[in-house]
Design a protein around this ligand. Structure first.
Ligand code: IPD
Length: 256
């Protein structure tokens, strides 16, 4: 559905900001995924991007919960920039159990199962193992806020990593696919303020199973609802990045 719609005309609306986009395809894909899963698992709960945008509460209980981003990279999708994915994570007792992320145009399926490894189209994934920030390729995403204070912090965080001599900082327009690049060893670290639990749930399992680290930007344990993350191929790298960052406050998914 997404591949076909990518090159067609779209009806685009905005959500929290002029850069936070949604199309009818986001809704269509989300409804389809939820209705298929609900038929098979009627007692399970759902947290999904477009339902949340329409006011559904994002509360992760102990019940089995599917955490869904129907199109990650909606802005790319709107512009026909072919870096878009579907992301589905699954948690039980607030523990992330497995995740699947599908790169729609390159037809790459990333999967991770707690204790069972991470794979891309059946090939095992391993992070790079890099510990040295001055040898790192770092990925980030801009996030939806564009007010001057937020932009200043965003750019200054990027500047701090470049001052620390990171080889490069990339923004590809899809948090989940950027995190998959980290899992596959094509990048060494990722950080972001302003992403959501549906951007992180599946990718977290995939990165951990590929040998990587996913933590909060404070350097403490990941808080799935805190709208911020540092992920890296090693704990050393994650801590160096966490220490370099200034916080951008996006609130919490479970308080919206
Ligand atoms: C967004 C994208 C974007 C990132 C945002 C995400 P969406 O997801 O991954 O690159 O900056 O934080 O929420 O809205 O395209 O599903």
């Amino acid at each position: 559905i997404i591949r076909k719609a990518l090159t067609e005309e779209k009806r685009v609306s905005t959500k929290t900001s002029a850069a936070d986009l949604v199309t009818e395809t986001d809704h269509l894909v989300e409804d389809l995924i939820i209705s298929e899963l609900r038929e098979r698992f009627p007692s399970h709960r759902f947290i999904a991007e477009e339902a949340a945008a329409s006011g559904a509460k994002c509360v992760l209980t102990h019940n089995p919960t599917w955490i869904i981003d129907p199109i990650d990279g909606t802005c790319n999708f709107v512009h026909r920039f072919p870096t878009v994915a579907v992301s589905i994570g699954f948690a039980v007792r607030q523990e992330l159990e497995f995740g699947v992320i599908y790169h729609c145009t390159e037809e790459r399926l990333y999967t991770g199962r707690r204790g069972g490894g991470a794979f891309c189209n059946g090939q095992r994934l391993r992070v790079s193992g890099e510990t040295d920030l001055s040898k790192a390729l770092v990925l980030t995403e801009i996030g939806p806020k564009r007010d001057p204070a937020t932009l200043k912090l965003f750019l200054s965080n990027m500047e701090r990593l470049l001052h620390a001599k990171a080889h490069g900082v990339r923004v590809i327009g899809s948090s989940t696919l950027a995190l998959c690049h980290l899992a596959s060893g094509a990048a060494d670290a990722y950080y972001q303020f302003g992403l959501h639990c549906w951007d992180l749930a599946a990718a977290t399992v995939i990165i951990r199973e590929a040998g990587g680290i996913v933590i909060d930007t404070s350097g403490g344990p990941l808080d799935l609802m805190a709208c911020r993350v540092v992920a890296a191929s090693t704990r050393e790298m994650a801590m160096l990045i966490a220490q370099a960052l200034q916080t951008i406050n996006y609130g919490r998914d479970d308080e919206k």
